[in-house]
Write a protein that binds this ligand. Structure first.
Ligand SMILES: C[S@@+](CC[C@H](N)C(=O)[O-])C[C@H]1O[C@@H](n2cnc3c(N)ncnc32)[C@H](O)[C@@H]1O
Length: 709
C-alpha cells in the first residue's frame, strides 16, 4: 500500500543538477538551465500532476526546439499518468529519434506498462536497459518492476521476479527489499524470504542474520522496511500453518523493531519541534508534504502493528493447517489478472488473456497443478452457489469492488456469516492479504477475486447481487475534478455494469472521503439515468437523522432526476458493521490527504429500479390521445390514428415520407389512417429520436476531440 498516491516525478536529469564549479583541466560543465527552460519544467510538471497528458504534449510540441531530455521525461510521465499508453509509445519513439531518451524515460514506460497490466513487456524494457550503456536501470527502475511483480499474477511472475533480482547490478534500497520479500512471502516461498531479509541486513550493516539484529544501536530509515519484511514472512508462515515457535520468533523481532522505530520517531518529533520554535518556518508546501509523509508513515506503522498483533493472537487461538489452506484456496480464491490500475473500457483491459493462473501467482508450488475449476466455473463464469455450498437462493450475495487489503469486507463477512461476500481487487498482493486474513479469521463466506472490476462484472459471473459496495474509490485526479485525461474504476461503463449486476431492489453503496469526486459520480449516474442506460432511485430505507446521516445535497440532472448525496458516518442502515475500518478510511482519518476529509464521509445509497420502457410507451400513447381531447380507450385509438396521419404528412414534407410509405403493412396490426399502426408509428418516432441523439452525440464527440487536439 505504501506506494499509493505517491506521485512519480522524475529525478532531475544530469543537466538539471547544480553545476560544479569550473576547475582547471576539467571539461567545462553544461551551463545552468535558462529561466525559460525552468518555467517550462514547472508548467509541464503541473500538467503532469493534474494528469493532463494531451495538454502537456501540446505544450512540449510548441517548444520543440528548446526541450531537453528532462522535459521529455515529464511529458512521458504526464501521458502515462493520464493512462495514454499508446500515445506514450509514439512519444517515446519520437524522443528516441532525437536521442533524448534517458533512464527516467524508460522507467516511466515500465511504470505505465505495469499500470496497464503488461508485466512481460515491462520486463522486456528492463532487460533492454540492463544491456544499455546510456540508460542503465536505476534503483527506481528496479523498484518499479518489483512493484509490478507484486501487483501481478500468473505463472511467469516468479521467473521474472528472480531474474530481475539476480540480474540487476545497481543499488537496492529498503523499498527494493520490502517489495521483493513481500512477493516471495505472498507466493509462500518462506525460505527465499528469509534469505532476502538476511541479505537486506547484511547490506545495511546489521549482520547477516535477521534474528540477531540489535536495535539498541538505532534503526534509521530502514527499520520500517525491515519490520514490514518480517510481517510479510510471518503472514506467509501463518497461512502455511507452520510451527508456532518459528512464527513467534519473527513476531517478537518485528515488535522489537516497531518499538525502536517509535522511540526514534519521538526523538525526531522533539527535534522537529525545537527547530520550529527556534526558526521562522511557516507552513509552506514542503512542510505540508513532510507532515503528510509523516502521517502516512505513522499510519503504515500502526497498520503493521495491528497486523502483527492479529497474527500473534491467531497463533494462540487458531488451529489453521496447510491442508485447510489447500481446500480454501481451491474453493474461494480466484486470480484472473492483476496489475492494471483502472478499467480502460475503450481500450480493453490488458493482462486478462492470462486468465486462470490461479494458484500460480499465490503459492502454486505447494499445490498440485490439477484443474479444480470445472465445478466452480462454467464458461469462465464463477458459480457462486458452488463456491458457497451452504447457500440457497435467498442467501444475500454482496460484492465489494476495489476492496484493497480487505479489512472492511472481512469484518462484514465475519459479522454477517449468514450472508455471502465477494471481494474484487485488481492488485494481486492485496487480494493475497484479504485471503490470508479471511483464512486466519476462519471466514468461509468470502470469495476473493483478483480481477479488474469491469471484467469481473462483464464476464465472470451471471449472478445478481443484493448489495454492491465501493469504499474510497480512487478518483482520476486527487482533487476529484473532471479536468484530467485519466480513467478510473467507476467510469460510465462500470456504473452501468454495477446496475446490471444488481437484483431489482438491490443497492449500490458508495463511500468516499472526496466530496468533489462524489458529486462528479452522482452527476454521471444522473445522466446515465436520463439516457436510460440504468435506473436508480434514492434508497428510502436508509435511516437519516438518527444515525449521524443527513442529506448533504440533492444533485439534479436533466429530466427532473434528483439523487441524494448523503453526508455523515456510514452505519447500520447502510449495512456497515462496526469495527470494519478500511485501510484508506483509517489513512484519511489521520489527515494525510490534502483533498480528503478526515471524518466526514460522502455517501451514495441507491436502489436499483428497472428501466421503464413499458410505462414510457404507454405514456406516449396516452399523450397522443390526450392531445386530441379524447379520454376513453376508443377515443385514444382514434386520436392516435389522427396523430399518425399528421406525423406521416409532416415526415413526408421533410422528405422522409418515402421511407414511411415503403414500410410493408404489418399483418394483423391495428392500422392508423396513414397506413401505419400506432405501435409502428411510435417505433418510428423512437427510431428518429435515437438517430437524432446519436447524431448529437457524434457531433459532441467530434467537438470534444477537436477541443483536446
Ligand atoms: C483507494 S483504494 C481503496 C481500497 C479499500 N476499498 C479501502 O477503503 O481501503 C482503491 C482500490 O481500488 C483498486 N482498484 C482501482 N481500480 C480498480 C479496478 N478497475 N478494478 C478493481 N480494483 C481496482 C485499487 O487497486 C485499490 O486497492
Amino acid at each position: 500500500m505504501s506506494s499509493f498516491r505517491r506521485s512519480f516525478s522524475p529525478s532531475p536529469s544530469p543537466s538539471k543538477r547544480p553545476c560544479p564549479s569550473l576547475k582547471a583541466g576539467k571539461p567545462a560543465s553544461k551551463p545552468p538551465p535558462s529561466t525559460s527552460a525552468l518555467s517550462l519544467n514547472t508548467e509541464l510538471q503541473n500538467l503532469s500532476r493534474n494528469k493532463r497528458g494531451h495538454a502537456a504534449l501540446q505544450l512540449y510540441n510548441q517548444n520543440f526546439s528548446t526541450v531537453d531530455s528532462h522535459h521529455s521525461s515529464i511529458v512521458l510521465n504526464a501521458l502515462i499518468r493520464s493512462g495514454l499508453i499508446s500515445e506514450s509509445f509514439t512519444f517515446l519513439k519520437q524522443i528516441e529519434k532525437r536521442h533524448l531518451e534517458s533512464t527516467e524515460a524508460y522507467t516511466i514506460i515500465i511504470k505505465g506498462l505495469i499500470h496497464s497490466g503488461d508485466l512481460k513487456l515491462a520486463y522486456a524494457y528492463f532487460q533492454k536497459m540492463l544491456l544499455s550503456k546510456k540508460t542503465k536501470p536505476s534503483t527506481r527502475t528496479l523498484n518499479t518492476i518489483l512493484r509490478g511483480c507484486l501487483w501481478s499474477s500468473g505463472g511467469g511472475v516468479s521467473g521474472i521476479l528472480d531474474n530481475v533480482w539476480f540480474k540487476y547490478y545497481g543499488e537496492k534500497d529498503g523499498s527494493s527489499y520490502e517489495y521483493y520479500v513481500e512477493c516471495l512471502s505472498n507466493a509462500l516461498r518462506i525460505e527465499a524470504s528469509f534469505k532476502g531479509i538476511n541479505e537486506f541486513c547484511e547490506k545495511i550493516g546489521w549482520g547477516n542474520n535477521w534474528s540477531c539484529v540489535d536495535f539498541s544501536k538505532g534503526v534509521e530509515e530502514n527499520g520500517e522496511s525491515f519490520v514490514s519484511c518480517l510481517l510479510n514472512v510471518a503472514r506467509g508462515m501463518s497461512l502455511l500453518g507452520e510451527g508456532r515457535e518459528g512464527i513467534e520468533k519473527v513476531i517478537e523481532k518485528a515488535r522489537e523493531g516497531i518499538y525502536a522505530i517509535q522511540v526514534l520517531g519521538e526523538k525526531e518529533e522533539i527535534g522537529e519541534k525545537k527547530k520550529m520554535v527556534g526558526g521562522k518556518r511557516g507552513r509552506n508546501t514542503t512542510d505540508e508534504r513532510i507532515e503528510s509523509n509523516r502521517l502516512f508513515r505513522s499510519h503504515k506503522l500502526s497498520s503493521i502493528t495491528t497486523e502483527i498483533n492479529f497474527l500473534h493472537q491467531r497463533l494462540q487461538t487458531s488451529s489453521w493447517t496447510k491442508k485447510m489452506l489447500k481446500g480454501e484456496m481451491r474453493r474461494r480464491l480466484f486470480v484472473f489478472s492483476g496489475g492494471a490500475t483502472t478499467d480502460h473500457v475503450k481500450r480493453g483491459v490488458k493482462g486478462d488473456e492470462e486468465v486462470f493462473s490461479n494458484l500460480k501467482g499465490l503459492g502454486s508450488h505447494i499445490l498440485p497443478s490439477q484443474n479444480f475449476y470445472p465445478s466452480l466455473l462454467t464458461d469462465n463464469k464463477i458459480n457462486f452457489n458452488v463456491v458457497f455450498p451452504s447457500s440457497n437462493l435467498d442467501t444475500p450475495l454482496n460484492l465489494e469492488l476495489g476492496s484493497g487489503t480487505g479489512s472492511w469486507i472481512c469484518n462484514q463477512a465475519k459479522k454477517n456469516y449468514r450472508e455471502n461476500y465477494v471481494s474484487v481487487e485488481m492488485r494481486t498482493s492485496r487480494v493475497s492479504r484479504t485471503f490470508s486474513h479471511s483464512c486466519l479469521l476462519g471466514i468461509q463466506n468470502l470469495c476473493c477475486i483478483s480481477d479488474s472490476a469491469t471484467t469481473f462484472l462483464n464476464h465472470r459471473n451471471d449472478d445478481n447481487f443484493n448489495n454492491i459496495y465501493v469504499n474510497h474509490p480512487e478518483p482520476p485526479n486527487q482533487d476529484g475534478g473532471e479536468s484530467s485525461d485519466a480513467s478510473h474504476m467507476l467510469n460510465e461503463g462500470c456504473l452501468e455494469l454495477i446496475w446490471r449486476r444488481l437484483k431489482v431492489g438491490g443497492r449500490f453503496i458508495l463511500i468516499s472521503d472526496n466530496l468533489q469526486y462524489t458529486q462528479v459520480l452522482t452527476r454521471s449516474i444522473g445522466s446515465l439515468i436520463f439516457n436510460r442506460k440504468l435506473n436508480f432511485t434514492n434508497d428510502s430505507t436508509v435511516v437519516i437523522g438518527s444515525e449521524n446521516l443527513r442529506v448533504g445535497e440533492s444533485i439534479k440532472s436533466k429530466g427532473s432526476i434528483s439523487l441524494d448525496l448523503l453526508k455523515g458516518i456510514p452505519s447500520k442502515s447502510l449495512g456497515y458493521e462496526e469495527g470494519g475500518e478500511s485501510y484508506f478510511d483509517g489513512l484519511w482519518k489521520t489527515g494525510a490527504g490534502s483533498h480528503s476529509s478526515r471524518d466526514e464521509r460522502y455517501i451514495l445509497c441507491l436502489k436499483k429500479c428497472e428501466i421503464r420502457e413499458e410505462v414510457e410507451e404507454k405514456k406516449t400513447v396516452k399523450k397522443l390521445g390526450e392531445k386530441s381531447g379524447g379520454g376513453g380507450k376508443k377515443n385514444k385509438k382514434k386520436s392516435a390514428a389522427k396523430q399518425a396521419k399528421r406525423n406521416a404528412k409532416r415526415l413526408a414534407q421533410k422528405g422522409e415520407g418515402d421511407v414511411l410509405e415503403s414500410n410493408p403493412k404489418p399483418k394483423g396490426k391495428e392500422e392508423g389512417e396513414g397506413g401505419l399502426s400506432t405501435k409502428d408509428l411510435i417505433k418510428r418516432e423512437r427510431k428518429l429520436k435515437r438517430r437524432a441523439e446519436r447524431r448529437a452525440e457524434a457531433a459532441k464527440e467530434k467537438k470534444d476531440g477537436e477541443d483536446k487536439e
